[in-house]
Write a protein that binds this ligand. Structure first.
Ligand code: NDP
Length: 809
């Protein structure tokens, strides 16, 4: 073909990246063994699995199929390595992470080609997006290793971490998991996805080259039923970090419930892509390409629901159809293609099944006129219009290049439609009106909201979901907390560390769990005088429940007697039940305006609560003495500490504001902590007032509304607090208190669909039941067992806003 001919037709010619170095590397190493203790080890089963190129269905190589015996060996190696690595100075760990980053850059070409061959994604994306971001993750976390001692004082690594990653961004997900884990001093056993193990194996070679101590990073290829499940259940693993489907996330939640393992889940999504009528439609079209046709739409945060303002819908859709016609699907190694191959025939069939379902449900399907290659697993860019918000294709994650379009008329309707999903991972908002964009972005229930751009990630900016998109954050400082625990938590080495709470006859606490949570006040209480003899008043009155700002009789009509440590009755409280909790949750939802009020106002109310408590400190101290038998001096100290805590949380209310990140992209990230919503709280039995205040104050300081179950055996300090709330201008419904049997009430709260998180302090068995209950509700429960009273908010609730004027291409 002559140059003249090319000018005439303007056709693309093939422009393939050379695959021979990658194929030669595969040939030289095959079959691949397991990477344990910096050695290549044959699998115990002696079996190997094929790894297939999805662009042509041909076998690329064979990788070992690990089983539970290999998991045992890898965990043993990682445990032995942790002894030293966990104590290695941050600067030394930083050097290793830096070395990994450098080596990744040096091997970037090979890694980019391997990733394209193994996954089917285009070389343009692996070369320009995946691999540079992988290197960036190791550089960024080298920085945190260096700074850990000064920036995370008092925090320690967890131990051996089990990491399970998916096939859609194989090496990038590895980097998201391994970099923060080892930066914080943990050691790792990682399982790549069955379909895409190759770049992880090349990374293992890089680990060897970089001279990392043996056992710090171990990589086990194989099948979920053999490796994944064994890893999740292994008693030597202290944390599981998982990215993948919501169903598997749920099964991991079930398997780890009650085990004391820390868990982070990054699951699916059905993210809205919202276009207002003043948006620049040409940028929007390119944004849509990036949102749903990037990585063949196999992206957990893909903008798969296009929500367009009705008056511009026809104009935008016709531009989009023209653009779709010009997209190119084909050989992933061709530098000029837009869409590569779907990862596997199973995934392709699932996409085809869901598209057929959309057609059956009456939606109109649009695809380009050209045909896809037939020698691999390809699927064309697809658009659905005439879609009903409740239809399968509008609700279910398709995980393929399929976009569903719906329209809205007003901004309020856009928010309603956007939030009409069980997921909450990401969203993007398109408008040239900055006021509108910044008004809408915080109203969307999603971990990341991009403004006039989409699918941008950076190591500095935490990423993660709400609802069925999982919990925990990856990236940024907030992501580090997934891999550390505070020194006091080390005392809780096993779930048995938090034994059923009970009290000896003298009223002394017998729970090391709550003692540890209240660490700090012990010092303040030390050395105080022996209990005074207090004359006990007769039974005075029955405290009611506190719901929607009013004292309410329990639905059951029954009350529970409260006894002092000597077994004498000192009062009665309502025996709350399911119906009372339902009313309380409803009241808490109605008070949601608390989150959108000013932080200044919230701070003022917390200060006011402290002031009103201090006016009555003697009365509160006497109540503590009555319930616990402790000395009055000791009880006064508890009240004063509670007042001090209220001051602390009032102080933090307008200071815990998140951060601004400047990733190496155009634009800026605003990371804003958000209220979770309605939180259920079950209080510990020890320190009846301080335990209650220390949980209530941080939750409401951050804008949450709450339903609290006070200490079961010493609830009167909480019920006495009604008067403090009532006189402190706390809006009705922000704090609701239901007394009764802690574990029965906790179960109801945990199973309630409208409770967004649960904070439970009680027995190991109760804790397990609460974790399991989250599965019943269909959402993944965030239970903040691993935060101290001093923690302000689960740091996972960070919302990112990326602002740019145009899309990222
Ligand atoms: P899975 O969730 O099944 O797989 C993700 C990872 O978990 C893989 O390494 C897998 O191993 C492993 N795994 C699977 N089951 C278990 C288990 N019981 N215990 C421990 N580990 C397990 O995703 P799929 O590959 O099956 O994809 C199915 C759907 O999941 C997609 O269509 C998409 O909707 C969603 N998905 C979401 C992703 C995201 O980023 N949020 C990523 C990938 C998929 P193995 O590969 O050996 O099966």
């Amino acid at each position: 073909m002559s140059v003249m001919d090319i000018f005439e037709t303007m056709d693309y010619g093939p422009a393939p990246e050379g695959a021979s170095p990658a194929l030669a590397w595969l040939k030289e190493h095959q079959p691949f063994n397991l990477f344990i203790n910096n050695q290549w080890v044959q699998p115990a089963s002696g079996q190997y699995l094929d790894s297939v190129n999805p662009a042509n269905g041909k076998v690329l190589t064979q990788v070992a199929s690990a089983n539970s015996a290999d998991v045992d060996a890898a965990v043993a190696a990682a445990s032995a390595a942790f002894e030293k690595w966990g104590k290695t100075p941050g600067h030394v760990r930083a050097r290793y992470l830096y070395a990994l980053a450098r080596q990744i850059q040096k091997h970037s070409r090979l890694l980019a080609v391997l990733e394209a061959l193994d996954n089917g994604k285009s070389i343009r994306e692996t070369r320009d997006i995946d691999i540079p971001l992988v290197a960036r993750h190791f550089y960024y976390h080298a920085g945190w290793a260096q700074l850990m001692a000064s920036e995370l004082p008092g925090y320690q690594p967890l131990g051996v971490v089990g990491q399970i990653i998916p096939w859609n961004f194989p090496l990038l997900m590895l980097a998201w998991k391994i970099a923060p884990a080892i930066a914080m001093g943990n050691t790792v056993v990682l399982k790549p996805a069955r379909y895409t193990p190759l770049t992880a194996l090349k990374f293992a070679e890089i680990v060897q080259e970089s001279g990392l101590p043996p056992g710090v990073i171990n990589i086990l290829t194989g099948e979920a039923s053999q490796v994944g499940e064994a890893l999740v259940r292994h008693p030597g693993i202290k944390k599981i970090a998982f990215t993948g489907s919501t169903d598997v996330g749920r099964s991991i939640r079930r398997a780890t419930a009650g085990s004391g393992k820390k868990l982070s889940l990054e699951l699916g999504g059905k993210s809205p892509f919202i276009v207002f009528d003043d948006a620049d439609l040409d940028s929007v079209v390119e944004g849509v390409v990036d949102a749903i046709w990037f990585n063949q739409g196999q992206v957990c945060c893909a903008g798969s629901r296009l929500l367009v303002q009705e008056n511009i819908a026809d104009r935008l859709l016709s531009k989009l159809l023209i653009r779709m016609e010009r997209l190119r699907v084909g050989d992933p190694l061709d530098k000029a293609i837009d869409i590569g191959a779907i990862v596997s025939s199973t995934q392709l069939q699932e996409i085809q099944r869901l598209v057929a379902r959309g057609v059956e449900e009456g939606a109109q399907v649009w695809q380009p006129s050209w045909a896809c290659p037939t020698d691999g697993y390809f699927f064309p860019p697809t658009l659905f219009t005439n879609v009903s918000p409740a239809s399968t294709i509008a609700q279910v994650e398709i995980f393929g290049p399929v976009l569903v379009a719906m329209t809205f008329r007003t901004p309020a309707e856009a928010v309603e439609l956007a939030n009409n999903t069980r997921y909450g991972l990401a969203a993007s908002v398109w408008s040239d009106n900055i006021n509108l964009a910044l008004d809408i972005a915080p109203k969307i229930k999603a971990g990341s909201v991009w403004v006039n751009c989409t699918n941008l990630f950076d190591a500095s900016s935490g990423f993660g979901g709400y609802r069925e998109s999982g919990f925990g954050r990856e990236g940024g400082k907030e992501g580090l907390y997934e891999y550390v625990r505070h020194a006091w938590e080390a005392q809780l080495a096993s779930p048995s560390g938090y034994t059923p709470t009970g009290r000896a006859a003298n009223g002394a606490s017998s729970s090391s769990f709550t003692d540890s949570l209240l660490a700090g006040i012990d010092d303040e209480l030390d050395g105080l005088s022996a209990p005074e003899t207090i004359e006990l008043p007769a039974i005075d009155r029955t405290s009611k429940l506190f719901i929607a700002g009013k004292q309410a009789r329990p639905d059951s009509g029954y009350s529970r007697t409260v006894y002092d440590p000597a077994g004498r009755a000192i009062g009665e409280v309502g025996d709350g039940n399911r119906k009372d909790l339902r009313n309380a949750v409803e009241a808490a939802h109605k008070a949601s305006g608390w989150a959108t009020g000013t932080t200044h106002n919230r701070a003022q109310i917390l200060y006011y609560m402290a002031e009103n408590l201090s006016v009555r400190e003697d009365e509160f101290a006497r109540r503590i003495v009555q319930q616990t038998g402790r000395s009055h001096v000791d009880a006064m100290s508890e009240v004063q500490t509670a007042i001090s805590r209220l001051f602390s949380y009032a102080a933090w209310t307008d200071k815990f504001e998140g951060g601004v990140h400047r990733p190496p992209l155009r634009g800026v990230v605003l990371a804003m902590p958000e209220a979770i919503g309605v939180i259920g709280i079950a209080c510990p039995d020890d320190y009846p007032l301080l335990g209650f205040i220390s949980l209530v104050a941080p939750a409401i300081a951050m804008g949450n509304t709450i339903v609290v179950i006070p200490s079961q055996i010493a609830p009167l300090s909480a019920t006495d607090s009604y008067q403090v709330f009532e006189t402190s201008d706390l809006p009705a419904g922000v704090v609701n208190i239901v007394t009764g049997e802690r574990d029965a009430l906790s179960q109801v709260l945990a199973e309630h669909d409208d409770v967004d998180a649960m904070w439970y302090f009680g027995t190991a068995e109760g804790s397990k039941r609460v974790e399991l209950a989250s599965l019943v509700t269909g959402w993944i429960l965030y239970r903040v067992r691993d935060k101290s009273f001093y923690a302000l908010l689960p740091r996972s609730k960070i919302s990112g806003f990326l602002m740019e004027n145009s899309c990222n291409r």
